[in-house]
Design a protein around this ligand. Structure first.
Ligand code: DGL
Length: 255
């Protein structure tokens, strides 16, 4: 069991921004990453649809691949399906990400803050609880419909235009930007180009630390001192797409 892999899931390759941190903290673990690009984006889907998809993926990762823990490397899936999955797969530790709004409260609560996330995340009960607990009364919540998709597909010119249009009015006025979708850290440079010099907050470091804490507490750390293996799977039926995603995934992992 200790040398079993850790499963990661996301609606696409965005979760790589979380896996990267986990590998940094836990290099001797093996990982299985499931990218659900057949069904992305998750951001505008009904709760029951997200639960059903995450359930299918959790079943593959836990029951077929034998993963000893599961990381929901997707804010939307975490907001909509974490509770359900924790009940159903009660024997497996499930670690969920959330927008790093508490970090703003801890680090720079006085600054004007923009929370960027999918509509699904921002409308979720889980996010509302977090928001009202740490509200600094200087925060705008911004549903970035379609942004994860542009990043997922690597449509760079459209991405620039989209960000200028969405964020232009905030240029020079924002101090803190919460990247509340795991795809968004892949566009940090482009976001900065519009907003200027802002501080970014995302939940990836916290998830990596929590994964380590949970594996340690449950005595599940892999005792090996060799680098673990990382296997990427994408749900697209199209082989070319799967190959492209895998290639980008490993480029981001190593870059
Ligand atoms: N990467 C995801 C998140 O963190 C989901 C993006 C999407 O599929 O809409 O929310």
């Amino acid at each position: 069991m200790k040398n079993a892999p850790v499963g990661f899931l996301d609606s696409g390759i965005g979760g790589i921004t979380v896996l990267r941190k986990a590998v940094g903290v836990l290099p001797f673990e093996s990982y299985r990453f499931f990218s659900d690009s057949l069904n992305n984006p998750y951001g505008d889907k009904e709760d029951r649809e997200i639960k059903a998809r995450c359930d299918e993926i959790a079943d593959i990762l836990i029951n077929k691949e034998g993963c000893k823990a599961l990381v929901l490397a997707c804010n939307t899936a975490s907001a909509k399906a974490a509770e359900y999955l924790r009940e159903k797969y009660a024997d497996t530790p499930i670690i969920a990400i959330e927008p790093a709004y508490k970090m703003v409260h801890d680090i720079n609560p006085g600054g004007f803050t923009l929370v960027m996330a999918t509509r699904g995340t921002l409308e979720s009960e889980k996010f509302h609880r977090l928001y009202y607990k740490y509200n600094n009364n200087k925060t705008d919540l911004l549903a970035c419909v379609g942004l994860a998709d542009l990043i997922e597909q690597g449509r760079e010119d459209e991405l620039k235009a989209y960000l200028e249009n969405l964020l232009g009015k905030y240029a020079g006025k924002v101090e803190n930007v919460v990247l509340g979708c795991t795809h968004y850290p892949l566009a940090e440079k482009e976001i900065k180009a519009v907003l200027g010099d802002v501080m970014f907050f995302d939940g990836a470091d916290g998830v990596a630390r929590q994964l380590k804490a949970v594996l340690t507490a449950k005595d599940l750390l892999n005792p090996s001192e060799e680098k673990g293996t990382i296997i990427f799977t994408d749900s697209s039926p199209d082989e070319e797409t799967r190959k492209q995603k895998e290639e980008r995934f490993f480029r981001y992992l190593n870059g």
